[in-house]
Design a protein around this ligand. Structure first.
Ligand code: GLC
Length: 473
């Protein structure tokens, strides 16, 4: 079975967030199930071509009435046998994808390049299924349907985050030479002078998936539907939730080279303590061994991750002096400043605002608890990584967090997105770690035992591909 996997990020080539983790770890798991899966990735300026890379093809596309030349390099995704096609183009794809800008042109060019390449310039390898991800690649099903109607690819769009739909005033349909007369959806979408790129894709794709079963239900509601719930309801029978996995070899406390000390289920108590003591030393935090370490690792995002709740908690001294709270994350500059000023003169609060993969691993390994107060969470990978390293999540019961954490069993869940609900959960968790050693130990061991590998989700994707090919979905 041949599957093309166009995506904006794939670790280690390129990663901004969870999308990059999935882009780098799901394809190798699918390839182990004998699927010939190949990634298509923009050659962002940050991407370094590996030594084995070579140029496979080169062709022109027309975008906004201008001829652009595209080079396609092939290279192996490092430490895997997954072939990756890196699309190089000098005007749009060579721009960095910083968080502030709308990159409608960049990803429209990428989508056009992939659709044109697969339909016209890849005679020796053809996919049966094209598995797209998020708004960045959502125009691929649209372009294929309208520009290459004779080709019968099955297309999937996986929604990693419905909050980002690629809504833009850039007239990308015009730039792509998609005629609104033929594409009736485009014409009504464009009446307000904007186009919703993800919506166009969702309406054209053969199937839609979300990154957790719970999120598949939530997006059909007004609370989580990001203004397109009513339209998604009409597609409900073609939406499936498949839980993400993580690369359990890379995230493995027993082998992880980034840790000060490795540990397993039989050595976690000592191991986590030693990692904690060392980490505190490295960061100049005065630490006595009875203090509980709570961490937060994630994007500094104004809507999703509950940063507002965290700032309020710091300001209201929810973390008493015998608790260390360690925050690691980067994103919105104003929120970063607010975090730093809330933590001022509080020696037990540490704020580090940068992207730092090794520090993240060390924090998972060192901390007792991981705070994840998301307003919404399509899947969330942090809770899985935390549990893998024996750090118990304190998380809002939403999306993938609700699917992966069992309250009082391997973590702590709270229902309401507010200060009170979160604070109660934090205090309950602290109480368990501090005074209920037997329960705490059992919970950590249950967390360490959990299987967050791609093994099961990958088989679910495989049967979805098979069903689509057999035309059953
Ligand atoms: C997005 C979502 C997150 C999910 C990740 C990978 O970053 O916000 O919940 O885990 O994509 O699918």
């Amino acid at each position: 079975m041949n599957v093309l996997f166009p995506i904006a990020e794939a670790y280690p080539f390129y990663k901004i967030g969870g999308l990059g983790d999935v882009g780098g770890s799901l394809p190798p798991a699918l390839s182990k199930l004998s699927i010939d899966i190949r990634i298509a990735l923009p050659k962002h300026p940050e991407v370094r071509l590996p030594k084995d890379a070579y140029q496979e093809s080169s062709f022109e596309i027309i975008y906004n009435q201008e001829a652009l030349s595209v080079n396609v390099y092939r290279a192996m995704l490092p430490e895997s046998n997954v072939l990756t096609y890196l699309f190089e183009e000098n005007k749009y794809l060579s721009k960095s994808t910083d968080a502030s800008d709308n990159h409608a042109d960049k990803f429209s060019v990428f989508s056009l390049a992939v659709a044109t390449w697969v339909a016209e310039y890849s005679p020796y390898w053809q996919p049966q299924v094209i598995h797209c991800h998020d708004w960045h690649t959502s125009l691929i099903p649209v372009l294929l349907k309208h520009k290459h109607p004779h080709l019968d690819y099955k297309t999937i769009i996986t929604i990693h985050n419905l909050a980002y739909q690629g809504i833009t005033q850039t007239p990308v349909a015009k730039h792509l030479n998609l005629n609104p007369e033929e594409c009736h959806i485009l014409s009504w979408d464009q009446q307000d002078g904007e186009i919703n790129i993800m919506l166009e894709g969702l309406l054209h794709a053969s199937h839609i998936t979300t990154v957790s079963p719970q999120y598949a239900k939530e997006i059909l509601t007004q609370e989580y539907g990001e203004k397109i719930d009513a339209i998604l309801q009409t597609k409900a029978t073609t939406i499936t939730g498949i839980l993400n996995g993580i690369d359990t070899n890379f995230f493995n406390p027993d082998k992880d080279k980034l840790l000060f000390q490795n540990f397993s289920k039989s050595t976690w108590e000592k191991g986590k303590l030693n990692n904690r003591v060392e980490l505190m030393k490295q960061h100049g935090i005065n630490y006595d061994q009875h203090q509980i370490l709570i961490s937060f690792i994630g994007r500094v995002d104004p809507y999703q991750k509950g940063i507002g709740l965290i700032i309020q908690a710091i300001e209201d001294n929810v973390f008493p002096e015998n608790i260390i709270f360690f925050f690691l994350g980067t994103g919105d500059p104003n929120l970063e400043t607010e975090l730093h000023s809330a933590a001022k003169n509080k020696p037990n609060i540490k704020i580090v605002t940068r992207f730092d993969e090794p520090l993240a691993h060390n924090l998972y390994a060192a901390s007792h608890l991981s705070l994840i107060p998301s307003r919404f969470e399509p899947c969330g990978l942090v809770q899985m990584m935390a549990m893998r390293y024996g750090s118990l999540p304190i998380a809002r019961k939403t999306g993938g967090l609700a699917d992966t954490i069992i309250h009082n069993h391997d973590g702590f869940l709270f229902n309401e997105y507010n200060h009170k609900s979160m604070t109660e959960a934090i205090y309950q968790a602290i109480e368990v770690v501090k005074n209920q050693n037997k329960l705490y130990t059992t919970m950590v061991e249950k967390a360490l035992d959990k299987d967050f590998s791609w093994k099961i989700p990958a088989t679910e994707y495989k049967s979805l591909y098979e069903n689509l090919i057999l035309n059953q979905k």
